[in-house]
Ligand binder design. Structure first.
Ligand SMILES: N[C@@H](CCC(=O)N[C@@H](CS)C(=O)NCC(=O)O)C(=O)O
Length: 237
């Protein structure tokens, strides 16, 4: 998986890739599609960057104006939503083992978990991170961080009830929904929020993190991670 690729550009200056290509920062939401690509056995490229790329990779915003990760190119398709890319991959590459079909009784549940993974389970964590870590000391807010930590824990109730009776989210098997939700839980652990997890949630996350594809993808770009190497931190300066 090369991380120092040089890309050709088309006449409009848009990057052309020869394989599905993911722009990634270690530990960030781009881990969702990276993990998915590994589970699916797709031949892909990954470009690792130092977080946050909008500061550390000045040219990145020419491609992704938001400056966020993930960014993903597959032929003419360009995407910037982590769960959306997972959904795209499983449909585009028709990966039966990881998807729930539209005529399956659990299809609505499957979509609900996919959407919940970012909008409900990850969103409150971004406030915790921002107001306890990303902002300069004078703008940090223990109150905001505490409130959104509790918000996150409260939003785990439905998942907890489900996992008390099931090994995985849908279809009695590991699917893309587990990747999407699993990443939100994994971020919670790296955020120090695991103490609010029930035994069912802890066991579920341990099962997911034990997967070969998770272990491989979670390690990608580690050398560039300011969360692992605080001397690389540029946002708070
Ligand atoms: N909803 C988007 C959010 C993307 C996003 O905000 N990514 C974060 C990393 S987890 C980011 O790039 N933050 C850097 C920044 O805002 O500069 C997704 O699910 O991919």
């Amino acid at each position: 998986m090369p991380t120092d690729l040089v890309f050709e550009k088309d006449s409009e200056g848009k990057i052309i890739t020869t394989k599905p290509t993911l722009w990634h920062c270690h530990g960030s939401r781009s881990l969702r599609p990276l993990w998915a690509l590994e589970e699916m056995g797709i031949d892909y490229d990954v470009v690792s960057m130092q977080f946050p790329p909008r500061i550390n990779e000045p040219n990145y915003k020419e491609m992704n104006v938001l400056g966020t990760v993930p960014y993903f190119i597959d032929g003419q398709q360009r995407m910037s939503e982590s769960t959306g890319i997972c959904h795209y991959l499983v449909e585009r590459y028709n990966h039966a083992a990881l998807k729930i079909d539209i005529d399956d009784a659990e299809y609505a549940d499957y979509l609900n978990w996919l959407y919940m993974s970012d909008a409900t389970l990850l969103f409150p964590q971004t406030l915790v991170l921002r107001y306890s870590l990303f902002e300069p000391a004078e703008r940090q807010s223990p109150q905001v961080a505490e409130d959104y930590k509790n918000w996150f824990w409260a939003r785990l109730k439905r998942l907890d009830q489900h996992l008390a009776r099931h090994t995985y989210l849908c279809g009695n098997r590991f699917t893309m929904a587990d990747i999407a939700v699993g990443y939100a839980l994994y971020l919670g652990v790296t955020n120090g929020l695991e103490s609010g997890y029930s035994e069912s949630i802890k066991g579920y996350l341990a099962r997911l993190m034990d997967r070969k594809a998770f272990k491989k993808s979670a390690a990608v770009g580690e050398k560039l991670s300011p969360f692992v190497h605080p001397e690389l931190w540029t946002m708070r300066k």
